[in-house]
Design a protein around this ligand. Sequence first.
Ligand code: ZN
Length: 339
Amino acid sequence: MRNRSLFLIILAAIPLILQHAHSQEKNKLTVLTSFFPIHAHTLAITGNLANVIQILPPNSSPHDYELKPSDLVNITNADLVIINGAGLESWLQKIVKNVNPKIQILDTSTNLPLLPNPQPTHNLEDQNEHTHNHPSSQAIPTQEKINSLHENSHHHHSHKNCCHSAQSLNPHFWLDPVLAKAQAQSILDALCKADPQNAQSYQANAASYFQKLDQLHADFQKTLAQLPNKNLVTFHSAFTYLASRYGLNYVGFIEKCPEANPSPKQLADLINTIRKLSIGVIFADKNYSPPFMEKIARETNTKLSFLDTLEFGVASPNAYIERMQANLQILRNSLSPQP
Ligand SMILES: [Zn+2]
């Protein structure tokens, strides 16, 4: 965000901040969460003991959100800001430091084993080497087809700080239940520190939440281990951690985040690989499926399924568990052999 627009946002927020200062419920801890998974973990631990506010509106992407003046009211009044980290919420970190330099920011990615942000279709090249068949002329899409796929790949997102910045880590680790539990643990620690009076209740809530996360992990392990087909092709690189946790073979993805457009070469490589490996299903994002995914599915005669990246929506205490269970059912149904 440019300094000038930051200044204008702050200016516009001043009356809101003054007005809000009088009405705020001051006896409770006020916690600001960046987006859905962070919000769900925090709610599961605080129950009704804290004011927990999610910054991201339900339909905005954490990859490219721009703060509104009303967000500054929340930042000004918060005791604690909790983010996913790994570069995902750079739009938030900068402005928090400007508006409220003393506020504590918990970065839940600290000390987690993060994976590098791979290049789109990077895995495909490795795959192609191992499965070097004699490509039939039919397996190679014509340039005309590739161009038409590419034209349809331009979508409504604008290029922001996500895909072309120097950030080199893949931020989607919340989709691995084991790392999600580690995030919830660091949220618990930060809450207990910020609000020691309620620490016992937070710990009790967290204990039962951790059990549910353990169960989720066990369900993923058991269900995915039984699948004969573990080939995964997705729209954006959100499922790298989940794939590596449960032994899925991440054959390829098209974008490392939903803001960039794949090149014609990347699309052609992906189409070739899908054909060579006899991939039966490809996964688009549940909340954002660009038309070119349907085209790829048609071109390659694969089924198109939809996985939830959990980047959208507003959370309730059980929402992370429920939406991940839904993902597990989709993976199971889509990757199971068809009768
Ligand atoms: Zn993403």
